[in-house]
Design a protein around this ligand. Structure first.
Ligand SMILES: [Cu+2]
Length: 177
């Protein structure tokens, strides 16, 4: 048990070092050029949710749907249901970080996840992530249970930039004075 705890601790440390995106708020002197978490957005607040989407995780190693579209700036409640018999998880990240993390999971399959950008669900369980997609572009997500990523358990959120401002139509045609 003790050894396992030590392994978990070193797995977390290795993860934090390998993927700054997962080390939210960690003071880190040597990744000046890396803004991993900024590029995928940030933890959202439930009170700011503007959209709710539902995702299913299945034992055929697929997210359903595997593609989502949101608008930049939206805070999205992602309701996730594991309809399979296996444990699955959803982790939001850049493609690069997810791949690195998936490799790490093969070495430390017991690694536990508890960050705002990830959710691990046992068979039949549901849960949710609240995430603010503050940057336009593509945010990847994947299941990092060992082998699932390689089997194709991944998806994408397209974050579209705001449209050109709509014409401002004065709506105050009934002035109260
Ligand atoms: Cu999975």
């Amino acid at each position: 048990m003790k050894l396992r705890n030590i392994l978990l601790a070193s797995a977390s440390a290795a993860l934090a070092a390998a993927s700054p995106a997962f080390a939210n708020g960690a003071a880190d002197g040597h990744h000046h050029h890396d803004h991993g978490s900024a590029s995928i957005g940030e933890a959202g607040e439930a009170s700011q949710v503007t959209r709710t989407v539902e995702l299913e995780m299945r034992d055929n190693m697929r997210f359903v749907p595997s593609k989502l579209s949101v608008k930049q700036g939206e805070t999205v409640r992602i309701v996730v249901k594991n309809t399979g018999q296996l444990t699955h998880e959803i982790v939001l990240g850049s493609g690069k970080d997810l791949k690195a993390h998936a490799e790490l999971m093969k070495k430390f399959p017991e690694m536990e996840h508890a960050e705002p950008n990830m959710l691990t669900l046992a068979a039949g369980k549901s849960g949710e992530l609240v995430w603010k997609f503050s940057r336009a572009g593509v945010v990847n997500f994947a299941c990092l249970q060992p082998g699932h990523f390689d089997a194709g358990m991944k998806g994408q959120v397209r974050v579209s930039p705001p449209k050109a401002p709509a014409k401002v139509t004065p709506t105050e045609d009934k002035h109260a004075h």
